[in-house]
Design a protein around this ligand. Structure first.
Ligand code: PDD
Length: 277
C-alpha cells in the first residue's frame, strides 16, 4: 500500500496535514531525495541520505534526523506499508511559519511518501527513448537537490509535448543533464558526461555507473560535450534512480547510432543491475 509520514507520524497518503504556511508549500524552501527499493532493500540509501544532508547544508537547513535515524524511519515505513518494490520520497523544509522570505524561527519539517515502484518496462529499456534538446534555464546551484523544480517541470512538459521521454538541457553551448536525469554520450568506446560541478545534480546513479564503467574497463571522461557531439555520438544514454541506465536512441530528428541501444549502454545497464541484487 501507499503510506505517508509528516513530522513524526505515519499517515494515510491522502491525509491533509500540510499547513498553509509550510515553507515547502509556499516557497519551495527545502530539499528532497528519491530512493528506489528493490525487493525490500532501499538501493544506495546511504548515498542518497548523505546527499540529502549535503543539500540541506548548502541551503543552511538543519536536518531534523541523522542519516541513521532516517534509515530506520524508511525501514519502518516500508514494513508498515508492506512494500517490496517501492519508491521513497523524502523532503525536508524550513518548517511552518508566517510567510516572510528570511529564515523563520521554526523547526524543519520532514515529509515522506512510500509507494509501489513505478518501474520502466523492459520494452522501454530494449528500445531506448527519444529526447529533445532545450535551453537549460535553471539556477546555478543544480548540485543542490532543491524543491524548486519549476524549470525542470517546464522542460519535462515540453519534452512530453514533443513526444519525448526527456529534455536534455544545454547551457552556454554544452549539454548539462536531463530535466530529471544525468546525460551521457559515447564515442569510440569512451563515455563522456558533464563534470560534477554546480551545473548538474551529482547523480547517485551517475556515481554508481561511473564505478561500474571503471570496473568494466570502460573509459569515462567527465568533460562537457556539445549538442553536435551528442547528435553524432555512437551511443547516448541517461541515468537516474527511476530510469536506471536508459539508452537515448533519438535526439529530436536525429537517430543516434543504429537507433537501438548499443553495446556500451547495454553493458553498463547489465553491470548496474548486478549491483542491485
Ligand atoms: N531525479 N539530474 C536531475 C536534475 C535529477 O532530478 C535527478 C534525479 C538526476 C539523477 O539523480 P539520481 O541518479 O541520484 O536519481 C539527475 C529524481 C529521480 C526525481 O526528481 O524524481
Amino acid at each position: 500500500m501507499t503510506l505517508a509520514f509528516f513530522n513524526g507520524e505515519f499517515l494515510p497518503i491522502d491525509s491533509l496535514v500540510i499547513p498553509i504556511d509550510e515553507r515547502g508549500h509556499q516557497f519551495g524552501d527545502g530539499v528532497y531525495e528519491v530512493i528506489k527499493v528493490y525487493d525490500g532493500k532501499p538501493f544506495l540509501m546511504r548515498e542518497h541520505l548523505v546527499r540529502l544532508e549535503n543539500s540541506a547544508k548548502a541551503i543552511r537547513l538543519e536536518m531534523p534526523y541523522t542519516v541513521e535515524q532516517l534509515e530506520e524511519l524508511i525501514g519502518e515505513g516500508l514494513t508498515r506499508a508492506d512494500l517490496r518494490d517501492a519508491q521513497v520520497y523524502v523532503q525536508i523544509t524550513r518548517g511552518i511559519a508566517v510567510r516572510l522570505h528570511a529564515f523563520p524561527d521554526a523547526s524543519p519539517s520532514i515529509s515522506m511518501t512510500l509507494r509501489p515502484a513505478k518501474s520502466l518496462s523492459e520494452e522501454t529499456f530494449n528500445t531506448g527513448v527519444k529526447v529533445t534538446l532545450l535551453e537549460d534555464e535553471r539556477w546555478l546551484n543544480c548540485y543542490i537537490k532543491s524543491l524548486n523544480l519549476l524549470a525542470n517541470i517546464l522542460a519535462k512538459q515540453t519534452a512530453s509535448d514533443r513526444g519525448c521521454f526527456e529534455a536534455v538541457l544545454v547551457r552556454d553551448g554544452y549539454v548539462t543533464e536531463g530535466s530529471s536525469t544525468n546525460a551521457y554520450a559515447v564515442k569510440d568506446g569512451v563515455v563522456y558526461t558533464h563534470p560534477a560541478n554546480k551545473r548538474i545534480l551529482h547523480g547517485i546513479t551517475r556515481a554508481a555507473v561511473l564505478q561500474v564503467a571503471a570496473e568494466a574497463g570502460i573509459e569515462v571522461r567527465e568533460e562537457a560535450f556539445t549538442p553536435e557531439f551528442l547528435l553524432s555520438a555512437d551511443e547516448a544514454f541517461i541515468t537516474s534512480t527511476t530510469s536506471e541506465v536508459l539508452a537515448i536512441t533519438q535526439v529530436d530528428d536525429t537517430v543516434i547510432g543504429t537507433g537501438r541501444p548499443g553495446p556500451v549502454v547495454n553493458q553498463l545497464h547489465a553491470k548496474f543491475r548486478e549491483l542491485i541484487v
